[in-house]
Design a protein around this ligand. Structure first.
Ligand code: UDP
Length: 254
Protein backbone atom coordinates (compact mmCIF):
# COMPACT_ATOMS: atom_id res chain seq x y z
CA UNK A 1 0.00 0.00 0.00
CA UNK A 2 1.27 3.47 -0.83
CA UNK A 3 2.59 5.39 2.15
CA UNK A 4 0.39 8.27 3.15
CA UNK A 5 1.41 11.46 4.79
CA UNK A 6 0.30 11.71 8.41
CA UNK A 7 -1.01 15.19 9.11
CA UNK A 8 -2.02 14.99 12.75
CA UNK A 9 -2.15 12.50 15.59
CA UNK A 10 -4.70 13.08 18.33
CA UNK A 11 -5.57 11.07 21.41
CA UNK A 12 -7.99 8.69 19.70
CA UNK A 13 -7.52 9.30 15.99
CA UNK A 14 -4.91 9.95 13.31
CA UNK A 15 -5.51 12.10 10.24
CA UNK A 16 -3.78 11.24 6.97
CA UNK A 17 -3.74 13.05 3.67
CA UNK A 18 -6.69 11.86 1.57
CA UNK A 19 -6.67 10.44 -1.97
CA UNK A 20 -7.95 13.71 -3.49
CA UNK A 21 -7.43 17.36 -2.57
CA UNK A 22 -9.90 18.45 0.08
CA UNK A 23 -10.18 14.98 1.61
CA UNK A 24 -8.57 13.32 4.61
CA UNK A 25 -8.48 9.80 5.98
CA UNK A 26 -9.51 9.52 9.62
CA UNK A 27 -8.00 6.48 11.38
CA UNK A 28 -9.60 5.32 14.66
CA UNK A 29 -7.18 4.05 17.33
CA UNK A 30 -7.92 1.80 20.31
CA UNK A 31 -6.15 4.29 22.60
CA UNK A 32 -8.28 5.86 25.30
CA UNK A 33 -7.48 8.85 27.44
CA UNK A 34 -9.35 10.63 30.19
CA UNK A 35 -8.87 13.64 32.45
CA UNK A 36 -6.94 15.53 29.76
CA UNK A 37 -4.72 12.50 29.04
CA UNK A 38 -3.66 12.00 32.66
CA UNK A 39 -5.24 8.55 32.43
CA UNK A 40 -4.24 6.44 29.45
CA UNK A 41 -5.27 2.99 28.30
CA UNK A 42 -6.35 0.78 25.45
CA UNK A 43 -9.89 -0.37 24.77
CA UNK A 44 -9.46 -3.34 22.43
CA UNK A 45 -11.60 -2.98 19.32
CA UNK A 46 -12.74 0.55 20.19
CA UNK A 47 -11.36 2.03 16.97
CA UNK A 48 -13.21 -0.49 14.82
CA UNK A 49 -16.47 0.07 16.70
CA UNK A 50 -16.23 3.87 16.83
CA UNK A 51 -15.48 3.95 13.09
CA UNK A 52 -18.73 2.04 12.49
CA UNK A 53 -20.83 3.83 15.10
CA UNK A 54 -19.73 7.27 13.88
CA UNK A 55 -20.30 6.24 10.25
CA UNK A 56 -23.82 5.10 11.11
CA UNK A 57 -24.75 8.20 13.13
CA UNK A 58 -23.24 10.66 10.62
CA UNK A 59 -25.12 8.93 7.78
CA UNK A 60 -28.44 9.04 9.65
CA UNK A 61 -27.82 12.71 10.49
CA UNK A 62 -26.94 13.40 6.86
CA UNK A 63 -30.29 11.92 5.83
CA UNK A 64 -32.17 14.47 7.93
CA UNK A 65 -30.18 17.31 6.39
CA UNK A 66 -27.36 17.83 8.89
CA UNK A 67 -24.23 18.57 6.84
CA UNK A 68 -21.26 16.46 7.98
CA UNK A 69 -17.64 15.92 7.01
CA UNK A 70 -18.26 12.18 6.50
CA UNK A 71 -17.83 10.78 2.98
CA UNK A 72 -17.56 7.00 3.38
CA UNK A 73 -15.99 4.28 5.46
CA UNK A 74 -12.88 2.86 3.79
CA UNK A 75 -12.12 -0.16 5.96
CA UNK A 76 -12.34 -1.39 9.54
CA UNK A 77 -10.50 1.54 11.07
CA UNK A 78 -10.60 4.30 8.48
CA UNK A 79 -13.09 6.66 6.95
CA UNK A 80 -12.81 9.23 4.21
CA UNK A 81 -13.81 12.73 5.31
CA UNK A 82 -13.91 16.21 3.81
CA UNK A 83 -11.13 18.47 5.00
CA UNK A 84 -12.58 21.24 7.13
CA UNK A 85 -11.21 24.10 9.21
CA UNK A 86 -12.02 22.94 12.73
CA UNK A 87 -13.64 25.56 14.94
CA UNK A 88 -11.70 25.32 18.24
CA UNK A 89 -14.80 24.88 20.37
CA UNK A 90 -16.23 21.71 21.91
CA UNK A 91 -20.01 21.92 22.00
CA UNK A 92 -21.59 19.89 24.80
CA UNK A 93 -25.33 19.22 25.05
CA UNK A 94 -26.82 17.86 28.24
CA UNK A 95 -30.23 16.29 28.78
CA UNK A 96 -29.55 14.71 32.17
CA UNK A 97 -27.06 15.88 34.82
CA UNK A 98 -23.76 13.95 34.88
CA UNK A 99 -20.00 14.40 34.88
CA UNK A 100 -18.63 17.90 35.22
CA UNK A 101 -22.09 19.52 35.46
CA UNK A 102 -22.94 17.40 38.49
CA UNK A 103 -19.54 18.09 40.04
CA UNK A 104 -19.60 21.86 39.46
CA UNK A 105 -23.19 22.59 40.39
CA UNK A 106 -23.85 19.82 42.89
CA UNK A 107 -26.72 18.33 40.90
CA UNK A 108 -27.06 14.62 41.44
CA UNK A 109 -26.09 12.46 38.47
CA UNK A 110 -29.20 11.21 36.72
CA UNK A 111 -31.34 14.30 37.42
CA UNK A 112 -33.29 15.17 34.27
CA UNK A 113 -32.59 18.79 33.32
CA UNK A 114 -35.56 21.15 32.90
CA UNK A 115 -34.45 21.62 29.28
CA UNK A 116 -31.45 20.67 27.18
CA UNK A 117 -28.43 22.80 28.03
CA UNK A 118 -25.69 23.72 25.54
CA UNK A 119 -22.19 24.53 26.81
CA UNK A 120 -18.98 25.54 25.06
CA UNK A 121 -15.39 24.64 25.88
CA UNK A 122 -12.31 26.16 24.25
CA UNK A 123 -10.29 23.35 22.63
CA UNK A 124 -6.92 23.84 24.24
CA UNK A 125 -5.18 20.95 26.03
CA UNK A 126 -2.61 23.24 27.66
CA UNK A 127 -5.46 25.13 29.34
CA UNK A 128 -7.45 21.96 30.07
CA UNK A 129 -10.32 22.89 27.69
CA UNK A 130 -11.82 25.72 29.77
CA UNK A 131 -15.55 26.42 29.64
CA UNK A 132 -16.32 29.59 27.70
CA UNK A 133 -19.40 31.56 26.70
CA UNK A 134 -20.56 32.61 23.25
CA UNK A 135 -19.18 36.06 24.13
CA UNK A 136 -15.65 34.67 24.41
CA UNK A 137 -16.02 32.69 21.18
CA UNK A 138 -17.16 35.68 19.12
CA UNK A 139 -14.94 38.28 20.87
CA UNK A 140 -11.79 36.24 20.23
CA UNK A 141 -12.89 35.45 16.67
CA UNK A 142 -12.99 31.65 17.07
CA UNK A 143 -16.36 31.80 15.32
CA UNK A 144 -18.61 34.57 14.00
CA UNK A 145 -22.03 35.24 15.54
CA UNK A 146 -23.66 33.85 12.35
CA UNK A 147 -21.55 30.66 12.68
CA UNK A 148 -22.74 30.33 16.28
CA UNK A 149 -26.38 30.56 15.15
CA UNK A 150 -25.75 27.67 12.76
CA UNK A 151 -23.86 25.73 15.43
CA UNK A 152 -26.63 26.03 18.05
CA UNK A 153 -29.36 25.17 15.54
CA UNK A 154 -27.48 22.15 14.22
CA UNK A 155 -26.57 21.00 17.73
CA UNK A 156 -30.17 21.08 18.96
CA UNK A 157 -31.37 19.21 15.87
CA UNK A 158 -28.61 16.63 16.37
CA UNK A 159 -29.66 16.25 20.01
CA UNK A 160 -33.36 15.79 19.15
CA UNK A 161 -32.64 13.26 16.46
CA UNK A 162 -30.03 11.25 18.37
CA UNK A 163 -32.17 11.23 21.53
CA UNK A 164 -34.96 9.53 19.54
CA UNK A 165 -32.63 7.22 17.64
CA UNK A 166 -30.95 5.96 20.83
CA UNK A 167 -34.22 5.68 22.76
CA UNK A 168 -35.47 3.44 19.95
CA UNK A 169 -32.74 0.94 20.86
CA UNK A 170 -33.21 1.25 24.62
CA UNK A 171 -30.48 3.81 25.32
CA UNK A 172 -30.83 7.22 27.03
CA UNK A 173 -28.66 9.97 25.54
CA UNK A 174 -27.49 11.75 28.69
CA UNK A 175 -25.04 14.20 27.11
CA UNK A 176 -22.53 14.41 24.27
CA UNK A 177 -19.82 16.55 22.72
CA UNK A 178 -19.62 17.57 19.09
CA UNK A 179 -17.23 19.63 17.00
CA UNK A 180 -17.88 21.64 13.88
CA UNK A 181 -15.74 22.81 10.99
CA UNK A 182 -15.88 25.24 8.11
CA UNK A 183 -16.18 23.60 4.73
CA UNK A 184 -15.14 25.86 1.86
CA UNK A 185 -16.61 25.27 -1.58
CA UNK A 186 -15.27 27.97 -3.92
CA UNK A 187 -16.37 31.22 -2.27
CA UNK A 188 -19.05 29.60 -0.12
CA UNK A 189 -18.58 28.44 3.44
CA UNK A 190 -20.79 25.98 5.31
CA UNK A 191 -20.60 24.88 8.93
CA UNK A 192 -20.53 21.08 9.05
CA UNK A 193 -20.46 18.47 11.79
CA UNK A 194 -16.92 17.07 12.11
CA UNK A 195 -14.85 14.77 14.36
CA UNK A 196 -16.85 11.70 15.48
CA UNK A 197 -19.93 10.70 17.44
CA UNK A 198 -19.33 7.57 19.48
CA UNK A 199 -19.39 6.25 23.06
CA UNK A 200 -16.07 8.14 23.49
CA UNK A 201 -17.92 11.45 23.43
CA UNK A 202 -21.48 10.57 24.44
CA UNK A 203 -22.91 9.45 27.75
CA UNK A 204 -25.19 6.53 26.95
CA UNK A 205 -27.15 4.78 29.69
CA UNK A 206 -29.32 1.72 29.35
CA UNK A 207 -32.86 3.16 29.33
CA UNK A 208 -34.16 0.54 31.78
CA UNK A 209 -31.29 -0.04 34.20
CA UNK A 210 -29.28 3.21 33.77
CA UNK A 211 -26.19 1.07 33.33
CA UNK A 212 -23.39 3.10 31.73
CA UNK A 213 -22.51 2.09 28.15
CA UNK A 214 -19.81 4.65 27.33
CA UNK A 215 -16.32 5.93 28.15
CA UNK A 216 -17.28 6.53 31.78
CA UNK A 217 -16.68 2.77 32.22
CA UNK A 218 -13.03 3.49 31.38
CA UNK A 219 -12.82 6.86 33.19
CA UNK A 220 -14.26 5.41 36.39
CA UNK A 221 -12.77 1.88 36.19
CA UNK A 222 -16.19 0.23 36.03
CA UNK A 223 -14.98 -2.77 33.99
CA UNK A 224 -16.60 -4.38 30.92
CA UNK A 225 -15.53 -1.42 28.80
CA UNK A 226 -15.13 -3.31 25.49
CA UNK A 227 -18.48 -5.03 26.06
CA UNK A 228 -20.25 -1.69 26.51
CA UNK A 229 -18.97 -0.33 23.17
CA UNK A 230 -19.93 -3.62 21.49
CA UNK A 231 -23.40 -3.50 23.00
CA UNK A 232 -24.01 0.02 21.68
CA UNK A 233 -23.00 -1.13 18.18
CA UNK A 234 -25.10 -4.28 18.49
CA UNK A 235 -28.20 -2.35 19.54
CA UNK A 236 -27.75 0.08 16.66
CA UNK A 237 -27.80 -2.99 14.41
CA UNK A 238 -24.33 -2.42 13.02
CA UNK A 239 -22.58 -5.34 14.69
CA UNK A 240 -24.01 -8.74 13.86
CA UNK A 241 -24.42 -11.00 16.89
CA UNK A 242 -21.67 -13.26 15.57
CA UNK A 243 -19.47 -10.38 14.51
CA UNK A 244 -17.94 -9.45 17.83
CA UNK A 245 -14.92 -11.62 17.03
CA UNK A 246 -14.20 -9.49 13.95
CA UNK A 247 -13.60 -6.51 16.15
CA UNK A 248 -10.47 -8.03 17.60
CA UNK A 249 -9.33 -9.50 14.30
CA UNK A 250 -6.63 -8.33 11.94
CA UNK A 251 -6.93 -5.00 10.22
CA UNK A 252 -8.21 -6.30 6.91
CA UNK A 253 -8.61 -3.82 4.09
CA UNK A 254 -12.07 -4.24 2.56
N1 UDP B 1 -16.63 15.13 26.41
C1 UDP B 1 -15.77 14.81 25.37
N2 UDP B 1 -14.52 15.35 25.36
C2 UDP B 1 -14.06 16.18 26.33
C3 UDP B 1 -14.93 16.49 27.39
C4 UDP B 1 -16.21 15.95 27.40
O1 UDP B 1 -16.14 14.07 24.45
O2 UDP B 1 -12.91 16.64 26.24
C5 UDP B 1 -17.99 14.56 26.42
C6 UDP B 1 -18.17 13.52 27.52
O3 UDP B 1 -17.94 12.23 27.00
C7 UDP B 1 -19.61 13.71 27.90
C8 UDP B 1 -19.90 15.18 27.62
O4 UDP B 1 -18.90 15.61 26.71
O5 UDP B 1 -20.45 12.92 27.08
C9 UDP B 1 -19.89 16.04 28.86
O6 UDP B 1 -18.70 15.83 29.55
P1 UDP B 1 -18.39 16.54 30.95
O7 UDP B 1 -18.35 18.01 30.75
O8 UDP B 1 -19.33 16.03 31.98
O9 UDP B 1 -16.90 16.15 31.20
P2 UDP B 1 -16.22 14.93 31.95
O10 UDP B 1 -16.38 15.23 33.40
O11 UDP B 1 -16.89 13.70 31.51
O12 UDP B 1 -14.83 15.03 31.42
Amino acid sequence: MARRRQLYEGKAKILFEGPEPGTLVQYFKDDATAFNAQKKGVITGKGVLNNRISEYLMQRLGEIGIPTHFVRRLNMREQLIREVEIIPVEVVVRNVAAGSLSARLGIQEGTRLPRSIVEYYYKNDALNDPMVSEEHITAFGWAHPADMDDIVNLTLRINDFLTGLFLGVGISLIDFKVEFGRLWENEDMRIVLADEISPDNCRLWDAKTNEKMDKDRFRRDLGRVEEAYQEVARRLGILPEAGVRDVKGPEIMQ
